[in-house]
Ligand binder design. Structure first.
Ligand code: B16
Ligand code: MG
Length: 219
């Protein structure tokens, strides 16, 4: 049976906005307090990964071990710095093509959801003026299992009332593509085709696609 695309689900960081740069600044500050350096290359390993898992990876890089209580405090401190950065964001931080593509979906009556690991997703949407744009917002506060588990995308499909096989997922992280595939969805990698090679289709960014082109993708 052929599956047509009837709804879209977007990851936030790396697809709609680039908040990775603010995560980097906050994690680097924490690393520096703990006495080691943390590079932009190290930061690549944290993209799309949950806050707790990100901290575990950071500590592994620095060869530092903390008690569960210290870890909780460290994650909270990092988040406080991160929130200070995102509170300075505005509409201009939307990635190229994001708003135009969402408008195009709306004009074609294609519902769309957010599927992000971030617990700060609603705050970011408010800052960039997209708080009312999505038909469903599934974020890190609503799921119990992190990507590559498909929970976040399956919830998005169910809130839009569209079967998973008729949804397309836009993701910049390998774990997110894996989650979309496990959900049985059409997956679109946003970024580097060599890293996102499991995706059904890879694009450099939302500026390079149109709904009419996506609508022709079936599988
Ligand atoms: P928070 P996404 C992810 O967002 C980020 O890519 C990742 O770096 C971050 O650790 C994760 O959200 C959790 O974010 O600390 O704000 O809850 O790509 O899933 O939109
Ligand atoms: Mg992402």
């Amino acid at each position: 049976m052929e599956h047509t695309i009837r709804a879209c689900i977007f990851d936030l960081d790396g697809v709609i906005v680039d908040t990775a740069k603010y995560h980097f600044l906050a994690w680097r500050r924490l690393a520096s307090e703990l006495g080691f350096s943390f590079t932009e290359q190290d930061n690549e390993r944290l993209k799309g990964v949950s806050r707790v898992r990100s901290l575990e990876i950071l500590l592994e890089i620095g060869g530092v071990s903390l008690s569960p209580e210290e870890m909780e405090r460290a994650a909270a401190r990092k988040n406080q710095w991160y929130v200070e950065y995102i509170d300075e964001m505005d509409h201009s931080e939307l990635l190229p093509g994001a708003e135009r593509f969402l408008d195009e979906l709306r004009a074609n009556q294609i519902p769309f959801a957010l599927g992000s690991a971030s617990k700060n997703a609603v705050r970011i949407l408010r800052r960039i003026g997209l708080e009312d744009a999505f038909d469903a917002v599934i974020d890190g506060t609503k799921v119990s299992k992190a990507k590559p588990d498909p929970e976040v995308f399956l919830l998005g499909a169910s809130e839009m009332d569209v079967p998973p096989e008729n949804c397309a997922v836009f993701e910049d992280a390998e774990a997110g593509i894996e989650a979309g595939l496990r959900a049985g969805m059409f997956t679109i990698g946003v970024g580097d085709a060599t890293i996102l090679n499991k995706a059904h289709w890879v694009i450099p960014g939302l500026a390079s696609i149109s709904w009419s082109e996506l609508a022709q993708k079936t599988r």
